[in-house]
Design a protein around this ligand. Structure first.
Ligand code: ATP
Ligand code: MN
Length: 458
């Protein structure tokens, strides 16, 4: 394989004979030669190539190269007199691999809005910003696995097709097989492949709990689907979620893990993706790197839901949604607290039971549960988690109160019948994390192929 530009810029020595391939970013003509800037996607920086008029195809091809054309260049690496780059390549041969008609190629040199680029999911990763997002996202994926492996967690692949709606929120996509290939459902006339209603998972948590109560520490990291009707900058219909689940772990152990994970991930990308982050810091969110470093260096703030409500009631500020004990914190409240009151990530614990799903552990007060959400500046909720209800009777009572079909959850109740243990876990939305790390305003920019209501082009 040919060397990538990132290794050439990092390691190759002046005088080396090289062959590189990539796409043209710019061509500037001078008298008797042209400067070509090449990128191959391996890093933000491009490689400057000097194409002399003595090249056989200089007038026939090289002078006709435009942005987006693909080429293969052979040549010699030399020290560069230009500012901002240590080396450049003097071409001895340039072969055009593919042309890109400038009349129709949508990615031209002028800066194009992210909204405009959304129309081109298939081309936008060739822009500097979207390529940088993809590299950061890839690095974060690796860092997630690294974090858990170092702490003795086993990755579990929970199902994508599910028959339990974990949140009971009615946000599940239903799936159906081609008619005629399934069994008849009880009572219904629609053929159902699994003999019962099935859908795309909204969370791997319940199944992760099964494995946590056998292996101790587990995590899932997979695609998650929600038929969210809201068209917001923080919701997708298909997203990825990281969900650790730990036996023998209470709420404070759970919070400690979530905080460690977030700080670890931020420190990792600060270390491994520094040039990409510099791009975001300059063009997307000024001061980003400093803010991320602060998060790494500081403990998160912590308050209970009750304290949050008290604070919101005493501040001199009018909210669109009025504040009272028992209401769900809206995005405006969450952002006010972590951006303006604390100025850093904030963990809110002990929400009213009525606001949270049945599986969260009831507190002594009988009206709040051992829940914790982590809110971050600029985004709001990034993590949602809890200690799970491990006691049989309270769990059954919550399930009945929630109107769940208890028969369907026999397996979940079995975990409390046989060797039940205190356990906890949380869900970290991967795209919200990538948004946080890159400063990108809209979640549609941090997943390669976003799916939102009315939108799934390729
Ligand atoms: P929100 O109130 O923001 O809709 P939620 O309470 O529905 O979030 P949870 O069910 O607790 O979220 O899911 C855990 C995490 O998954 C969230 O903290 C968030 O980071 C992420 N998440 C939830 N829904 C979405 C979505 N539609 N698109 C992207 N990420 C999401
Ligand atoms: Mn939601």
């Amino acid at each position: 394989m040919q060397q990538q530009i990132r290794t050439i810029l990092d390691q190759a020595e002046v005088g080396a004979e090289l062959k590189v391939s990539g796409w043209l970013r710019t061509r500037r003509d001078s008298s008797g030669f042209s400067f070509l800037e090449l990128t191959d996607g391996s890093c933000l920086a491009g490689l400057q190539v000097i194409a002399d008029q003595s090249l056989v195809n200089y007038t026939t091809e090289i002078k006709k190269l435009t942005i987006g054309c693909s080429v293969e260049v052979s040549g010699l690496l030399q020290a560069s007199p230009a500012k901002g780059q240590a080396v450049e390549m003097v071409a001895s041969a340039i072969r055009v691999l593919g042309w890109a008609d400038p009349e129709t190629y949508p990615l031209q040199k002028k800066r194009q809005s992210f909204e405009f680029l959304r129309n081109f999911s298939h081309l936008r990763p060739r822009t500097n910003a979207l390529a940088a997002v993809a590299r950061v996202r890839g690095r974060l994926t690796q860092a997630v696995h690294l974090f858990f492996a170092e702490r003795g967690f086993v990755q579990v692949h929970t199902p994508i097709i599910t028959t339990s709606d974990c949140e009971g929120a009615g946000e599940m996509f239903q799936i159906s097989a081609t008619p005629g290939h399934g069994q008849l459902s009880r009572g219904g006339s629609q053929p159902e492949f699994f003999g019962r209603r099935a859908g795309l998972t909204v969370s791997g948590q319940l199944q992760a709990e099964v494995y946590a109560q056998a292996l101790g520490r587990v995590y899932t990291f997979g695609p998650t689907f929600r038929a969210e009707n809201s068209n917001t900058s923080r919701h997708l219909a298909e997203f990825w979620m990281i969900e650790p689940e730990m036996a023998f772990c209470d709420l404070s152990c759970n919070m400690a893990l979530a905080q460690d994970l977030l700080r670890f991930l931020l420190a990792d990308v600060l270390m491994h993706c520094s040039s990409d982050l510099e791009l975001f810091d300059r063009f997307v969110s000024k001061g980003l790197i400093g803010r991320l470093q602060q998060v790494v260096d500081q403990e998160f703030a912590r308050i209970t839901y009750g304290e949050a409500v008290d604070q919101l009631l005493t501040v001199d500020r009018v909210f669109e949604f009025p504040v009272s004990w028992g209401m769900d914190l809206q995005s405006e409240h969450e952002r006010f607290l972590c951006e303006e009151v604390y100025g850093r990530p904030l963990i809110v614990t002990d929400y009213p039971a009525a606001l949270k799903p049945f599986y969260m552990r009831m507190n002594e007060d009988g009206r709040t549960v051992a829940a914790m959400d982590i809110l971050v500046p600029g985004i709001g909720e990034i993590v949602g988690g809890s200690q799970r209800e491990e006691r049989f009777d309270p769990l059954l009572a919550r399930m009945e109160a929630a109107g769940l079909d208890v028969q369907e959850y026999g397996w979940y109740l079995d975990l409390r019948r046989y060797g039940t243990v205190p356990h906890s876990g949380f869900g970290l939305g991967f795209e919200r994390l990538v948004q946080y790390v890159t400063g990108m305003q809209n979640i549609r920019e941090v997943i390669p192929f976003p799916r939102t209501p009315g939108f799934a082009p390729c």
